[in-house]
Write a protein that binds this ligand. Sequence first.
Ligand SMILES: Cc1ncc(COP(=O)(O)O)c(C=O)c1O
Length: 399
Amino acid sequence: MNENEIRRDLLAFARPDLGAKEKEAVLRVLDSGWLSSGPETKRFESEFSKFLSVENAIALSSCTAALHLAAAAWELGKDDAVLVPAITFTATAEIFAYFDCLPLILDVARDDYLFSANIVREFIKEECHWRNNVLVHCQSKRRIRVLVPVHLGGRSCDMDALSEIASEYNLKILDDAAHCFPGSYKGHFIGGLADATAFSFYATKNLSTGEGGMLTTNDNALAKKIRVMRLHGIGLSGQSYERSGYRYDVICDGYKYNMMDMCAALGRVQLKRSLDMLKKRQAIHNLYDEKLKDIHGLALNPKYSHESAYHLYTIEILENFGLKRDRFIDEMRRRNIALSLHFIPLYHFSHYRKKYDLDASNYPNAEAIYKGIVSLPIYSAMSLDDAADIVQAIYNICA
Ligand SMILES: Cc1ncc(COP(=O)(O)O)c(C=O)c1O
């Protein structure tokens, strides 16, 4: 694409990277006659846990299910609260309402947009008290039980600093790693650094099974409980793929959150390709970094010192760019390039605002970020030429 030219075809914001091997894997399952959770799911779980060097990986129908099951297994309830960041997808906070548990929504760091240990510490100092080994939120009188870091865009939060707070105040850490496969922190893959980690394999994610998710943990007792809860509370030896006869026992409350073998077969192929796909996204990221750095009025994707999973590439449209963010998105769309926005902060949604009495003035960093942020396409099914078209379109808009 040259100056003033417009792409002929629409460049989608995201598209799963699927090839002949994925098709072959799904067809193999269709031919096998076993479509629900079975041998493929078991293999996917063991290959995934080996890949991340984590004790347990539990395949589920979504990342939302993974977050829900961890919270259910920890028996969160109406006397409890958790800390979540304002810039995330609604799933991160919504699951706590299932138990009437209160998500306390915190501002994020201005520089990297992430859930920040400094902001958590400040919140604890100003709004909580610590008595008899229990951290209580003064206003709601609820006990704070869990920190929920979101590794936004594939960049992990500062896990050392958050783990320090968690052990000081007797809190669990539930990682929302929907964007962070395969991302790392200080040389370790995200997946084994928190009490539990939730991954998403939704259609637009780095590894896709259409819909799907995985919970990983080094806590064997938690894993055992979640394996039972994910399938109606049926005891492990009674779950349909495992049992020899028709008898089974229901041993606790449960849900229908298992993964289908068709999805697991797809996931196994995607897992094998995941480092190659990561390299492609990294190359697109580097191209944006290099080609957009001299454009006036743009702040590029936050710099990051660990190994990102390169799920998003965000830019901020600043005051002096000459166009407001929404106009920029429209202009790119006119040039056949679809953009997206990650994320509308939770306190901007009418439901959250009303239910939790939230006010934008308490979120100066998230507000400043939200004002200009926009996400450019970055996925392994697009080419470097597609990325160059995006760069050219931005230059054309500036001109
Ligand atoms: C940060 C974040 N958390 C959780 C989810 C939920 O993932 P799933 O659709 O697999 O439930 C998403 C999905 O987009 C997400 O972006």
